[in-house]
Design a protein around this ligand. Structure first.
Ligand SMILES: Nc1ncnc2c1ncn2[C@@H]1O[C@H](COP(=O)(O)OP(=O)(O)OP(=O)(O)O)[C@@H](O)[C@H]1O
Length: 378
């Protein structure tokens, strides 16, 4: 049984505009922390609001533990909510903020249950503190304790870390993931922050224009993006046109390995960390000489040759270096370790270290087997 199943959900606010959510289907499994990731306006919050019952879908259904909850009011759904602004009562202590969410219990039990929930989120020792005596991360943990008071089947978190500064955001994210996992709480995180989604979620859906572009675990989506949008939204990507011949393709960088096996015109994604730089080999082409009159030796760059470009920028990032290299009018990005000593103006070879990924937006490409270009849900 799936924990949550969204089937063909659609929502349009303005008939003159494209739908905010367009035929969206996905499943969340028990025990999972699931992410909805995408740029601003792609429909993440509208999807979350339809799950919570604050927005009514134009069509489609929401099923929680095999029960259709599409028509149920929010308070009957058994779903908890955590917002980015915590929404704590400033005049109530941490304990009383949580007790407020337990009106159904007698006072003594309320106190005991609230203390238990504070313990779950690691704030037992802060029960009597007022919200303004707590850090943003601690306030968010109280908001989570409060959302867990009703023992929800699912916790929805809308950009819960975006009000925290960078250092606190990282540690709060780690702590809250550990809390949710330890207490076996199912959660859906909405975020536009790709690093947050990759590190916090077990699986995620990447959304664009109200639709799901790809669903899968973070590694899978990062290493095997299905579309150019996913490749570029999750980090940086070099996009290359090519013609595939099975496990290789002819591209502007020469003949390079690809995956999965394909034939015909392809669009490829190559992560910057999968492109390394080297000193140009003897006989490698100086880009300024390519096609220059009277230099027959260098006039044509043959397929299969790994070619040389010019370093146009070098960005030191501590753990690695980012280079921009211009070759034949195209800028390529390469991440290398910090021991590389190239500088703007240097002539370097661009060397793919991993196979480039064939994207589903490839024009007219044929996969070697029916499933080879299916990037799947997991
Ligand atoms: N109540 C509403 N009335 C009219 N249009 C709306 C309403 N809510 C959302 N929209 C529109 O629907 C689209 C999707 O909005 P939504 O808030 O779901 O996106 P999002 O991905 O959550 O964006 P963000 O990350 O900026 O919050 C946007 O174009 C938005 O302007």
């Amino acid at each position: 049984m799936h924990l949550l199943e969204l089937q063909n959900l659609a929502k349009r606010f303005d008939p003159a505009q494209p739908p905010a959510v367009d035929d969206l289907s996905l499943r969340v499994e028990p025990g999972e922390i699931f992410g909805l990731l995408g740029p601003s306006g792609c429909g993440k919050t509208t999807t979350l609001r339809m799950i919570a019952g604050f927005a009514t879908p134009d069509s489609g259904s929401v099923r929680l533990r095999d029960t259709d909850i599409t028509a149920l009011p929010p308070e009957k759904r058994g779903i908890g909510l955590v917002f980015q602004d915590y929404a704590l009562f400033p005049h109530l202590s941490a304990l009383r903020n949580v007790m407020f969410a337990l009106p159904q219990l007698p006072r003594r039990q309320r106190r005991a249950r609230a203390l238990q929930l504070l313990e779950t989120v690691g704030l037992h020792g802060h029960a009597e503190h007022m919200p303004d005596q707590l850090s943003g991360g601690q306030q968010q943990r109280i908001a989570i304790a409060r959302a867990l008071a009703a023992d929800p089947a699912l916790l929805l978190m809308d950009e819960p870390f975006s009000n925290l500064d960078a250092a606190l955001r990282d540690s709060t994210r780690r702590e809250i993931r550990a809390i949710l996992k330890k207490a076996n709480i199912n959660a859906i995180l909405v975020t536009h922050d790709q690093e947050e989604a990759l590190s916090f979620c077990d699986r995620l859906a990447v959304m664009n224009h109200g639709r799901v572009e790809q669903i899968g675990c973070p590694e899978r989506i990062y290493l095997h993006p299905s579309t150019a949008f996913v490749a570029q939204f999750l980090g940086r990507a070099n996009l290359l046109d090519g013609v595939a011949h099975g496990h290789t393709a002819d591209t502007p960088l020469g003949r390079i390995p690809i995956r999965p096996c394909s034939y015909g015109p392809v669009l490829l994604s190559l992560r910057p960390e999968h492109l390394s730089l080297g000193r140009p080999a003897a006989g490698c082409v100086d880009p300024d000489d390519v096609g220059s009159a009277g230099d027959s030796e260098h006039e044509v760059v043959s397929a299969g040759q790994v070619c040389a470009g010019v370093v146009t920028s070098r960005e030191f990032r501590g753990h690695d270096l980012t280079y921009r290299v211009e070759y034949n009018g195209t800028a390529y990005i390469a991440h290398t370790d910090y021991t590389h000593g190239y500088h703007p103006g240097d002539i370097v070879q661009l060397i793919p270290r991993e196979p480039a990924v064939v994207l589903e937006d490839s024009p007219g490409c044929r996969a070697c087997s029916p499933h080879a270009v299916n990037h799947g849900q997991r």
